[in-house]
Ligand binder design. Sequence first.
Ligand code: F6R
Ligand code: ZN
Length: 192
Amino acid sequence: MMSPLTPTTSLIEPFGLEIDLETGSMPGATNHLVRRASDMCGYYADDEALDALIADGDPLHYEVFERPVPEEDGHLMFCVSVLQPGRVGDECFMTKGHYHTKANTAETYLCLRGEGYMAMKANDGSWRAERMVRGRMVYVPPYWAHRSINTAGEPLVSHCVYPADAGHNYGDIASQGFPKRVYVRDGQEAIE
Ligand code: F6R
Ligand code: ZN
C-alpha cells in the first residue's frame, strides 16, 4: 500500500518571506498583476464615468503580489491584494470578482490596511457583505464568488490564502455582476 507520505503533488523546498504588516509590501513576490481603470470596462454602473477616468490618465485600480507555488492539489497559494481608493461616479473602486474554477474551494482574506467590504455571492442569488478593516479576517466559503470593495481614502490591503489549484472563473461575474453595489455619496455609504 502507498504510504500517505509518498508525494502525489510537486515536492518543493520550504521557504519563508517577509510581509510588511502595515503596508502589505511583500518584497519576495515574483508575480505582479496590475489592473487599471481600462481593465474594468463593464463592471461599474456608470460606463461614462469609467470612460472619463480612463481618458484622465487611466489610474491604477488594483494589484496582486504573489510568490507562486505549484498550482496543484495540496499546495496553498497566498498573495497580497492592494485595491486603490477611488470612485467611478459615486461607486467605490472594486476588484472584478470571481468564482473559483474549482468551485468547492474556500479562501481567507486578512485585512492589513484600509476599510471596505468583501462582497460575496452564491449561485442561488444569496449575497453577503463582510466588513473589511485592519485586523479583520473574512472567510469566503466554497461556492461563493468574491469581490473586494474599497470605501475609504487609502488602499485596501489584504492577505489572501486559497488552494493553489482553485483557478479563477471571471466570466460568470463579468456577465451577471453582483446583486448590490457600494456607493459613497456626501460621505455616506449606500449599498443598493
Ligand atoms: C484569489 C483572490 C484574490 C483576488 C484579488 C484580485 O483567489 O481572490 O487574490 O484575485 O483580490 O481580484 P480579482 O481576481 O477578482 O480581479
Ligand atoms: Zn479568490
